[in-house]
Design a protein around this ligand. Structure first.
Ligand code: ZN
Length: 410
């Protein structure tokens, strides 16, 4: 559905600057039967800037139940890097806000419960909320109480009646996924303790531009976060960002601390990031169009390399069937013409096919047995970990292609 107004300030002054073509949902991994049915849907993948407040969002939104319902397979916390990151986040929040055994921590978009497991180790009460039934079931089986629903004001009211208010609400890689941010903040306002803190982790759009991470653009990510418009939006809802911390997760993630307005001193870190955003002219359409030009160039270079390798009869496969990989594969039109298959660790994805490009997914073992000449790393944010897991391949002379930010063979 075409989004005609800005989800932060409601202005209709939206300008498109990037078009990645019509794409299927990037987490919509298919079974053979689903491919045979031939009903895979595609939606325009284009990004706009709001000329009024500077917010960035997709030109088209996909209904949330199509993206995060029963077919949603992404498991967060199956890589070591994410596990360590979550453990660090839980420890930091428990220390900083003196969380004890009576405090309730709620995670929105709790997935398989990896973050809440870390909180449990610190002895807090925990509750997860996730609309995707498969991952929610896994969380419950792991001992993390999880409500399998979309977060809403109504759900927040029910939770308050049953569990009380939350001292901490977390949302890691959730804020940018939500279409109705007004509804989200109404729910937070209901659920959060008076002096509670809402901690959000989102990729910073500035990093996306500077590191050419265009593959993190997909339908699940409805917005691309900059602090200036986000702060203005939150202040209108009676909240404000009082601290920001940079982390290296997913190629540059911000840990954003939000509380009710004037309940906590606002740290310089907030002003500093807004200043950097302005200084780098990220709110200018010219800068954004330059970025779009670089994206086109990267596609050309990657195709050039893969075509050359194919002419030399080299065998190429992919590693890491990540959602972001699918934006890249679909935009660059890389399918089984270039990649024999892709390997992944997720049991839920193995045996399925990538959306749009229909490349089969196998486990890492197959790659080690086949010893292809090149491995294209699709989940480049976990490149270190993937290369480490495949060190036996590398030792036998295998080569890796890292596509982003620059096409590189290692
Ligand atoms: Zn706006």
């Amino acid at each position: 559905m075409k989004k005609t107004f800005c989800r932060m300030c409601k202005s209709k002054k939206l300008r498109k600057f990037l078009d990645l073509g019509n794409q299927p949902l990037s987490d919509g991994f298919l079974t053979k039967e689903m491919i045979n049915l031939g009903k895979e849907k595609k939606y325009p993948l284009q990004v706009c800037m709001c000329m009024n407040c500077g917010n960035l969002q997709l030109a088209h939104t996909v209904p949330a139940n199509e993206m995060f319902g029963d077919n949603y397979l992404y498991e967060s916390g199956i890589t070591k890097a994410v596990k360590t990151h979550f453990a660090g986040l839980a420890e930091e929040l428990c220390k900083e806000f003196s969380l004890g055994k009576d405090t309730l921590v709620i995670d929105i978009g709790s997935n398989v419960g990896a973050l809440l497991e870390s909180f449990k180790e610190h002895g807090t009460k925990v509750l997860g909320i996730d609309p995707a039934s498969r991952v929610a079931k896994i969380a419950v089986a792991r001992g993390v109480p999880t409500i399998n629903e979309f977060f809403s004001y109504e759900l927040a009211r029910k939770i308050v009646q049953e569990y009380g208010h939350a001292k901490i609400i977390t949302g890691t890689n959730v804020f940018a996924h939500i279409d109705d941010l007004y509804g989200l903040m109404e729910g937070i306002n209901e659920l959060l303790d008076k002096d509670g803190v809402f901690v959000v982790e989102v990729p910073h759009f500035l990093e996306l531009v500077n590191n050419l991470e265009y593959d993190t653009i997909y339908h699940e990510h409805a917005s691309y976060i900059l602090i200036k418009p986000t702060q203005a939006f939150l202040q209108k809802q009676g909240f404000e960002i009082f601290k920001i911390k940079k982390t290296s997760m997913h190629g540059g993630t911000l840990r954003i601390f939000i509380a009710r307005q004037k309940t906590r001193p606002v740290s310089d870190s907030v002003k500093e990031i807004i200043e950097i955003e302005k200084k780098q002219k990220i709110f200018s359409l010219k800068k954004l169009k330059q970025f779009a030009g670089k994206v086109k160039q990267q596609k050309k270079e990657l195709i050039k390399l893969l075509t050359k390798l194919k002419k030399q009869k080299k065998k190429i496969v992919g590693a890491g069937a990540a959602a972001k990989g699918n934006t890249l594969l679909n935009y660059c039109k890389i399918n089984t013409n270039f990649l024999g298959y892709i390997t992944d660790k997720s049991e839920l994805k193995i045996g399925r096919y990538t959306p749009g490009t229909h490349i089969p997914i196998y486990n890492d073992q197959k790659l080690l047995e086949d010893m292809p000449d090149y491995v294209l790393i699709l989940a480049w944010n976990f490149a270190e970990e993937i290369m480490h897991n495949l060190s036996a391949y590398k030792e036998k002379g295998g080569k890796f292609v890292i596509p982003i930010p620059l096409v590189e063979v290692v």
